[in-house]
Each structure stands twice: as structure tokens, then as C-alpha cells.
Design a protein around this ligand. Structure first.
Ligand code: SF4
Length: 75
């Protein structure tokens, strides 16, 4: 049997240096990530309210980010 997936809620998401503005994360979770043309990705100011409901999308974005700069902190 597989162990249960960690249920710790997402506390914080940060973007480390090195974003290449590919917009993939924004395509996956536009309520959380904003990537303006040519600018580094930012986590939207009101994103925290979506951390729970969009957890799977957020984790997918972090996994799929080509330069792995999306960091998820669980509490
Ligand atoms: S997926 Fe990664 S590299 Fe692409 S915009 Fe988002 S943070 Fe930047």
C-alpha cells in the first residue's frame, strides 16, 4: 500500500532567482502565478487563499518548471 500523501498545508510559495519567464506556471495555475512578458514570475498577493484548493496544480507547476525555481513551503 502506498503511504498517504502528506497533508501538510502549503504555507508559502517562493520563486528563486533564475526564472526564464516561460509562463508555464501561469498557464497551470493563473490564480497563483503571474508572469508578465519578459518579467520574472511572481506569486500573486492574494494567492494564499488558493493554496488549498489548487494544491495539485501548484505542485505540478513546481515539478514542471524547467528551471525548478518554484519552492513550496509546507506548514
Ligand atoms: S514555470 Fe518556472 S521558469 Fe517558467 S515562468 Fe514559472 S517560475 Fe518562471
Amino acid at each position: 500500500m502506498r503511504p498517504p500523501v502528506s497533508a501538510s498545508p502549503i504555507k508559502r510559495i517562493s520563486i528563486e532567482a533564475g526564472c526564464i519567464s516561460c509562463q508555464l506556471c501561469q498557464d497551470i495555475a493563473p490564480a497563483v502565478f503571474q508572469v508578465d512578458e519578459g518579467a520574472d514570475c511572481v506569486v500573486k498577493p492574494d494567492a494564499a487563499g488558493h493554496f488549498g484548493p489548487l494544491r495539485e496544480d501548484i505542485e505540478q507547476a513546481a515539478r514542471d518548471c524547467p528551471v525548478e525555481v518554484i519552492k513550496i513551503e509546507q506548514g
